[in-house]
Design a protein around this ligand. Structure first.
Ligand SMILES: Cc1cc2nc3c(=O)[nH]c(=O)nc-3n(C[C@H](O)[C@H](O)[C@H](O)COP(=O)(O)OP(=O)(O)OC[C@H]3O[C@@H](n4cnc5c(N)ncnc54)[C@H](O)[C@@H]3O)c2cc1C
Length: 426
């Protein structure tokens, strides 16, 4: 038996309060499992940009009782077209077909996107503040005699827990510590792409481009680059993401710069990267002021997400390209499965490592496949797959990729994970 008598709650530590760590906190809280969340920053914050939720994450939010609140937020930025179930409308960004729609991708709930800060605030309304510790940057963890772990923070303090869940993002410290001394590659890889991100006031867009751009989310397709736009924050802003990719240096070119993210970039650099685009894309880009620029990295397939009583979740485990708008959504799925396992009545400090293994068993193959699909989907948006710009084939391929991501039976994943855990105890 472990150190704790049966019936004593498991001491659960979540590391990182991004969208995934907070989703896990909400899911555990709703299932009556106490936890402590450690966050290195002084407060929770998200970047000034939009974020989409896939049908898969929406189904989890529904289980958590948050879907109504979320849908209300997302729908507050709908113009006409939102109610038609269109997730993305496709247009050529190079001016072909006068930039008119050439296809669309539907999701049952329609477009589901918000400002990131709105999503964060929604989650925070469901996390008890007394369970959060700020300015706690993890620098190490060690196995104590028995099953407990000792967490060490940069301020010199330490805390004990029975299970550590690393939701600390693509540059995860937990992942680095878990893989210390191992040969497996687990460092993020640059994809050859970078994304300019900006929020443009909608009134400016309406004046310059007109209603058609704001009514539905649009994916502007071009060879080697693409632009995504959709409304957020009650329709006040058009979220613009303009991505350019260099395919000439192989799948993972060397990243030479120190910084992954640059702020207040001179907009002439964006203009130059999109030189020769069609007139509508040009009008959108002309409205962008001082964008940020993000080099897009993903993670190689990790051989494991779990070691003993420590698990990786969200970007820490499977950071992926953003081309399916599903990186955070995958972390939300992770959180849902983990919360069921960690609130199982048979989970103790002794058995929690089996519960974590069950989590890995149902999640790893799915998220790693989606990670690959996300890269391939980016090539689709950039007309760089064998499908090219064949509009009929294109819509089919896009639908196929997204159905695979959105169509998960998450209840079945939970059931499989729980059955595995229970069998491991027999
Ligand atoms: C351009 C772009 C567009 C995207 N669009 C979408 C989209 O539309 N839909 C979608 O689902 N996904 C999207 N994604 C992906 C999504 O943003 C990420 O998958 C998601 O934000 C990851 O959340 P996370 O909580 O795992 O990590 P993070 O958001 O990175 O959070 C990690 C947290 O851990 C904390 N932390 C880090 N180290 C430590 C430490 N040592 N100690 C304590 N705390 C620590 C950090 O301060 C941070 O709060 C997009 C990504 C990009 C780049």
């Amino acid at each position: 038996m472990g150190d704790l008598p049966t019936g004593t709650p498991l001491r659960i530590a979540i590391l990182g309060g991004g969208i995934v760590g907070l989703s896990l906190a909400v899911a555990l809280h709703m299932r009556g499992a106490p936890f402590t969340l450690y966050e290195s920053a002084q407060r929770f914050s998200e970047i000034g940009a939009g974020i989409m939720m896939g049908q898969n994450a929406l189904n989890v939010l529904r289980t958590l009782g948050l879907a109504e609140e979320y849908e209300q937020l997302a729908r507050s930025s709908w113009r006409e077209g939102g109610e038609t179930g269109v997730f993305f409308q496709f247009r050529f960004g190079d001016g072909r077909d006068d930039g008119e729609p050439v296809g669309q991708l539907k999701m049952p709930s329609g477009k589901m996107s918000t400002h990131r800060a709105e999503l964060l605030e929604l989650l925070l309304r469901h996390v008890p503040p007394e369970r959060v510790r700020f300015q706690k940057q993890l620098v190490g963890y060690a196995q104590l005699p028995g099953e407990a772990l000792q967490l060490s923070f940069s301020d010199g303090t330490s805390q004990e827990c029975d299970v550590l869940l690393g939701a600390d993002g693509i540059k995860s410290t937990v992942r680095r510590l878990m893989y210390a001394g191992k040969e497996s590659r687990q460092e993020p890889r640059w994809s050859g792409s970078y994304a300019y991100r900006a929020l443009v006031p909608t009134d400016k867009v309406l004046a310059a481009v007109g209603q058609t751009i704001t009514s539905t989310p649009i994916m502007w397709l071009e060879r080697g680059r693409h632009l995504v736009n959709y409304l957020v924050a009650g329709g006040k802003y058009l979220n613009v993401v303009a991505i350019k990719t260099d395919y000439t240096q192989g799948r993972y070119p060397k990243w030479e710069n120190h910084e992954w993210v640059e702020h207040n970039v001179d907009e002439r650099e964006l203009l130059s990267d999109f030189e020769g685009c069609g007139p509508q894309v040009k009008k959108i880009i002309d409205l962008v002021e001082r964008p940020s620029r993000w080099a897009l990295f993903d993670l190689p397939d990790l051989p494991y997400f779990v070691q003993g009583n420590v698990a990786l979740i969200g970007d820490a485990a499977h950071a992926m390209m953003p081309h399916q708008g599903n990186g955070a959504s995958q972390g939300i799925e992770d959180a849902h499965v983990l919360a069921h396992l960690l609130s199982h009545p048979k989970v103790t400090p002794d058995t929690v490592s089996s519960a974590l293994k069950a989590y890995e068993l149902v999640r790893k193959d799915r998220v790693q496949h989606i990670k690959e699909l996300a890269y391939e989907t980016g090539k689709l948006w950039e007309l760089s797959t064998p499908v090219g710009d064949d509009v009929g084939m294109f819509a089919k391929a896009a639908g196929h990729n997204m159905d695979w991501v959105w169509g998960v039976d998450i209840d079945k994943q939970v059931q499989t994970a729980v059955s595995w855990f229970e069998m491991s105890l027999a």
